[in-house]
Design a protein around this ligand. Structure first.
Ligand code: TPP
Ligand code: MG
Length: 255
């Protein structure tokens, strides 16, 4: 196990066989997509631009899916393949996007970093580190403004937690009690730079303290733990209790 993997918290809920099968199939789908795409990227030279695989972080996508409804929205960074596939963006259109084809989920114009699926509530795929934190809160504002009880899951990396936009967004999200769950996928590295080399605070969930935002640290290698933590945060957001920061301790196995 990776050194980042925290001790497994006990999981109270008993999940059904169907849930485990769903998680397993989804995680396998993502893993196999990534393995295949990575091979094509390296060997064929037909996939251009940047390429960031989600290999190792699949349990986060799986747990988030069972803890949310289809009407809820996801928005994430450039490491977006896994969450796009989980949310229901067609895998063939994802692969076509990598190849720059017009049949791709962003018409072949976005590539690996900019998958999109408006019809399934997948709001990208963003290459500017941290930009989607503000946009995610904006999506949550839209849900609040329209009077729905939908929530937005806003994903970002540990590197993005160093960006100024996080603090401005946390402030407004708490002030307006926006229905947004901030999910930091802490895989220990911002590309190749370790968290320890860029921050005095290495437990990212503690950043919520300055805004009195509820926060938790979660074993991101466990779909059960992710489901339970996200489930609690989603319930709070639907009941107009505002945002939560969840730090998912995870690890990615590819460069
Ligand atoms: C505003 C901005 N600054 C710098 C970069 C270059 N950059 C690309 S990825 C990255 C690191 C991000 O790390 P993290 O958020 O931990 O995501 P991970 O790669 O681990 O998924 C940086 C600094 C960028 N894309 N945007
Ligand atoms: Mg990272």
């Amino acid at each position: 196990m990776a050194e980042s993997t925290p001790t497994l918290k006990p999981v109270a809920t008993k999940f059904s066989k169907e849930t485990y099968l769903y998680w397993y199939e989804l995680m396998q789908l993502i893993r196999q997509f990534e393995l295949m795409a990575e091979e094509k990227y390296k060997m064929e030279g037909k996939i251009r631009g940047f390429f960031h695989a989600y290999i190792g972080q699949e349990a986060i996508a799986a747990g988030c899916m069972t803890a949310t409804r289809p009407e809820d929205g996801f928005i994430t960074a450039y490491r977006d393949h896994g969450l796009a596939i989980a949310k229901g963006v067609d895998v063939n259109s994802c692969m076509a996007e990598l190849y720059g084809k017009a049949t791709g989920c962003a018409k072949g114009k976005g590539g690996s970093m900019h998958f999109f699926g408006k019809e399934v509530g997948f709001w990208g795929g963003h290459g500017i580190v941290g930009a989607q934190i503000g946009t995610g809160a904006g999506l949550a504002f839209a849900e609040q403004y329209r009077g729905t009880d939908n929530v937005i899951l806003c994903f970002f990396g540990d590197g993005a937690a160093r960006q100024g936009i996080l603090h401005e967004t946390f402030n407004l999200a708490m002030l307006w009690k926006l229905p947004v769950i901030f999910i930091c996928e802490n895989n220990n590295y911002a590309m190749g730079t370790s968290v320890e080399r860029t921050s005095n605070v290495v437990d990212i969930y503690k950043l919520a303290d300055g805004y009195e935002m509820p926060a938790d640290t979660v074993n991101g290698m466990s779909a059960e733990a992710v489901h339970e933590a996200v489930g609690r945060a989603v319930k709070r957001a639907r009941e107009k209790g505002g945002p939560t920061l969840l730090e998912m301790k995870t690890y990615r196995y590819t460069p």
